[in-house]
Design a protein around this ligand. Structure first.
Ligand code: SF4
Length: 105
């Protein structure tokens, strides 16, 4: 985290944001979808099916899903669609946090 962020954000709230950013960087660098050429945001059922299958062969599938349950509203992450994640959040009682709108004061 940069010095500017250290100054701006209190420690407690900063931890949640740091975790989200670190997880996102890891997924982008190691996740198989990076440079896959697939569209993980397409509404086409054909694309959805291909992306979900692709996720099932990704070594980060579980971590990706854990991250997405907390922070991602759109697209396919960790082998689940947006609607599937909504159901999973309800089942596991996980709140969706938007790192860009977390009250950092
Ligand atoms: S689980 Fe799917 S969305 Fe997540 S990093 Fe792997 S391929 Fe990408």
């Amino acid at each position: 985290m940069s010095d500017a962020l250290e100054v701006l954000f209190p420690v407690k709230k900063r931890a949640a944001v740091s975790h989200a950013i670190a997880m996102l960087h890891k997924i982008k660098l190691v996740g198989l979808c990076f440079n896959s050429g697939l569209n993980f945001y397409s509404p086409s059922m054909g694309d959805v099916h291909l992306c979900k299958q692709f996720c099932h062969s990704c070594p980060l599938e579980q971590e990706c899903l854990d991250y997405a349950l907390r922070y991602e509203s759109y697209g396919i992450w960790g082998g689940m669609t947006e609607r599937e994640r909504v159901k999973e959040r309800r089942k596991r009682r996980i709140p969706l946090l938007n790192v860009y709108s977390v009250n950092l004061r």
